[in-house]
Design a protein around this ligand. Structure first.
Ligand code: URA
Length: 235
């Protein structure tokens, strides 16, 4: 956990100098006791307050965002607006990084965080985190295609080719499916559909591991719960 001075600085969104003054003049309490040492190391369960009010500070931020179509998964918004424009807190917007990517024309669930370890745990192919996509298709899909997608299809690229890992695949209508994959190569879903002679017309990520879009509307976001964060961190 952080030192008291960092907690007060970040939690109250103030300059370090001012945080030091608040601590040294006895205005900050740790577990209802005035603590005058800015360098004291905090424990996870410590309750820090200023003028009797708890300071809400998390060492790291973890958001689940419902990306709208038309937003680009990068900070740079030359070609389309960055999805960071959907975050309306300037401090958060500055510190958050994207956990993986969605294509500009794809909507759905994406995480944002400033915890590098969390990014690794969610995106590493070794961690086998399943992502489920709702996919609408140009042409009718057959049971045979579904079987191929489940077992793995061959993706051919300019200099390389690879077999996709076993996937979960469920037909919803003759032109829509749910696809669950535990890898996330560039444009993977679109390439998998091309490998069975089809074309994606609409793509939406429904879930990442146990986290679903739930009650979020397009453009909305929420904090991940402690249990959700733990699921990925302990994986
Ligand atoms: N697969 C794709 O093809 N595009 C995405 O945005 C995500 C997965």
């Amino acid at each position: 956990m952080a030192k008291l001075i960092k907690y007060v600085k970040e939690g109250l969104n103030i300059e370090r100098k001012l945080a030091k003054v608040l601590i040294k003049t006895g205005q900050i309490e740790v577990n209802n006791k005035v603590i005058l040492d800015p360098a004291v190391n905090l424990k996870k369960e410590d309750k820090i307050s200023y003028l009797g009010e708890l300071i809400d500070y998390r060492e790291y931020e973890y958001l689940a965002l419902y990306k709208k179509e038309g937003y680009v998964s990068s900070r740079n918004d030359e070609k389309a607006p960055s999805l960071l424009n959907l975050i309306n807190d300037a401090r958060l917007k500055k510190r958050l990084k994207l956990v993986g990517r969605l294509d500009t024309d794809t909507s759905g669930l994406i995480f944002l965080t400033d915890d590098g370890d969390f990014i690794h745990k969610v995106t590493s192919p070794k961690k086998d985190i399943e992502k489920v996509y709702y996919v609408e298709l140009e042409n009718k899909i057959t049971e045979e295609d579904i079987e191929k997608l489940k077992q793995g299809v061959l993706i051919r690229e300019r200099n390389t080719e690879y077999l996709t890992k076993p996937a979960k695949c469920k037909m919803l209508t003759e032109k829509s499916i749910l696809l669950g994959i535990a890898e996330g190569r560039h444009h993977q879903v679109k390439k998998m559909m091309r490998a069975v002679g089809n074309e994606v017309t609409l793509l939406k990520r429904e879930s990442i591991g146990p986290v679903t879009l739930g009650g979020l509307n397009p453009g909305e976001y929420r904090n991940l719960t402690e249990d959700e964060v733990k699921y990925f961190k302990n994986n």
